[in-house]
Write a protein that binds this ligand. Structure first.
Ligand code: BTN
Length: 250
């Protein structure tokens, strides 16, 4: 299958993980750009070492592509991908009000329906794999956070087509980092909790303060009450605005 952007799609009925397949292909010298799309994954991988339940009916796809910039630019791709998912929901389900939770979760009413896993899978040239899992027909049970799905009336391939078009547009805007200010601006307009209270783990201690925005390396900037700025690079972050939303849906 070839998408409107000209990106080819390699389809699998079943695979361990489309991100792992992207890495294997990169190891063999493949650069992309192309999509790997599976109806089902037996070893779907999520952020923070979690697994990603991958039964048929949802979208499991990875976009592999080369960049001429080094791996630092790759950290920004997370935000580009989250924007593309946000655009996709706005097109397919215009009545919903999706919001982005740092770094790249996209939520509807505080519930997660999509996960993005960007990874650097090759060097010289740097190759990036952006794995996207979108709940369409099912919202898996047993997750440590509330989940939802877009609805089984949407065809999985139509979500992939829309996502591909939006990702191509956002990657063009990003321009391998030269357009990051525009990405940061668009991301901030859709982000949950910006300007509000946030708590996070910084090393071994827990820090709390105001969510001030994104650093160029993708870190979340937290301002403590004394004015100290702390950059959070990874881990679980709790946003007061999101906690309030989740209390409403529980
Ligand atoms: C997250 O935990 O939020 C990220 C989940 C990413 C899941 C997708 S599904 C397609 C691709 N293949 C994987 O193994 N993971 C990603």
């Amino acid at each position: 299958m070839i998408l409107d952007t000209g990106h080819p799609v390699i389809h699998f009925d079943r695979i361990d993980s489309t991100n792992l397949e992207a890495r294997r292909l990169a190891d063999q010298g493949e650069c992309g750009p192309f999509w790997l799309w599976a109806d089902e994954q037996t070893g779907g991988r999520g952020r923070l070492g979690r697994n990603w339940v991958s039964e048929p009916g949802n979208l499991y796809a990875t976009f592999l592509f080369p960049i001429s910039e080094g791996p630092n630019a790759a950290a920004q791709v997370s935000f580009v991908a989250a924007l593309a998912v946000h655009d996709t929901v706005m097109r397919l389900r215009p009545g919903l009000s999706p919001r982005i939770k740092w770094p790249n979760d996209v939520l509807i009413g505080g519930a997660k329906f999509c996960g993005v896993l960007p990874e650097v899978v090759g060097s010289a040239p740097t190759r990036i794999a952006i794995g996207c899992g979108v709940n369409i027909a099912h919202a898996p049970q047993g997750t440590p956070y509330p989940v939802t799905a877009l609805g089984a009336d949407l065809a999985v391939d139509s979500v992939l087509r829309e996502l591909d078009a939006n990702l191509a547009r956002r990657l063009k805007l990003w321009d391998e980092g030269r357009g990051f200010p525009a990405i940061r601006q668009a991301w901030g307009e859709r982000a949950l909790g910006l300007g509000g209270q946030v708590t996070a783990a910084a090393g071994t201690k827990q820090v709390a303060g105001t969510f001030k925005g994104l650093a160029a390396d993708g870190a979340l900037i937290l301002e403590e009450s004394g004015g100290t700025l702390i950059h959070i690079h990874a881990g679980e972050v709790s946003f007061a605005e999101l906690e309030a939303l989740r209390r409403k849906i529980q």
